[in-house]
Design a protein around this ligand. Structure first.
Ligand SMILES: [Zn+2]
Length: 294
């Protein structure tokens, strides 16, 4: 969306990019992002990035701003903006619980909140990352006990590295795609290292977009995703989203992505004045929009 003259995960002359997933890529004369987001984005695209550290005050166009770790993947950030009539926090994609390969998320108080709603209905109740990790390892161990080779389908950036790290900690080697290994190399630059990547790794990681293996190597297959079979998600589930809203304590909430309409309805029901918006929304009046009544 565009706030005044700056873009939040939207292309504009001055833009903020919350993280390095392609659906959040932006273009602009200057793209503000964390250093990790810049390095990871540069694996797939160009662009002039200005590196911003978490917690440091800077100016995004005319607005005073500060980044907070979003916990969604390495380098992912939410942004707080100081508008004329109050403060605004935009979460980007976010996670309440700590993942092994992402910074621990932090959420500031703000008057207005724009929050992702990818999993914004109670149907999406996930195990904690540690519980999901136990299930993942149990699956892998059972496959080996039965003489099968486990194949895990994952998003190549973010989820693949989280799964690699978990398997590393439990003593398993992985056979990963070239893209996953490239991303892992960037993670290593930021202190998240992997000692278990091997051409003939025990556990096979494949892109969740690739077709399932049939009959080869007798694999045991599992999709690791909030939408998949093993719900190790790098997005907040419904209850994590509610916790985030309660932490930010906003006067008004704007929900975006996924189940935005449904999540806004639920929040209205529990006392938070909320409305769903499109990710392409332009708040052309700048800040006055946030004080309008719906
Ligand atoms: Zn994302």
């Amino acid at each position: 969306m565009i706030i005044g003259n700056v873009g939040l995960d939207s292309s504009a002359k001055i833009a903020f990019q919350s993280h390095a997933h392609t659906d959040h890529f932006v273009s602009g004369e200057v793209i503000f992002a964390t250093k990790a987001t810049k390095f990871l984005s540069h694996l797939r695209k160009g662009g002039f990035y200005r590196e911003i550290e978490f917690g440091k005050t800077f100016y995004l166009g005319d607005f005073k701003a500060r980044l907070y770790p979003a916990g969604h993947m390495l380098g992912s950030a939410g942004i707080k903006l100081w508008l004329e009539n109050g403060t605004l926090f935009y979460t980007g994609d976010t996670k309440w619980f700590k993942l092994r390969t992402a910074e621990k998320s932090r959420f500031p108080r703000a008057d207005f909140l724009i929050i992702e709603a990818t999993f914004g209905v109670p149907h999406f109740t996930f195990p904690t990352p540690r519980e999901a990790e136990k299930k993942l390892i149990a699956f892998v161990e059972e496959a080996f006990e039965r003489g099968k080779r486990p194949v895990l389908y994952v998003n190549q950036m973010g989820k693949a590295q989280e799964v690699m790290k978990i398997l590393d900690l439990h003593g398993y080697t992985v056979k990963a795609s070239r893209e996953m290994v490239k991303v892992a190399r960037v993670y290593s630059k930021f202190g998240v290292s992997f000692g278990n990547i091997s051409e003939d790794g025990e556990v096979v990681l494949r892109s969740y977009r690739s077709p399932r293996v049939e009959n080869s190597l007798s694999p045991w297959e599992l999709t690791v995703s909030g939408f998949g079979e093993l719900k190790l998600s790098n997005h907040a589930d419904f209850w994590e989203l509610v916790r985030i809203v309660e932490r930010v304590k906003p006067e008004r909430v704007f929900t975006v992505y996924g189940f935005a309409e449904e999540f806004a309805r639920i929040l209205n029901g529990i006392g938070y004045e909320s409305v769903a918006i499109e990710s392409t929304t332009t708040f052309s009046g700048g800040c006055s929009f946030f004080n309008q009544t719906f």
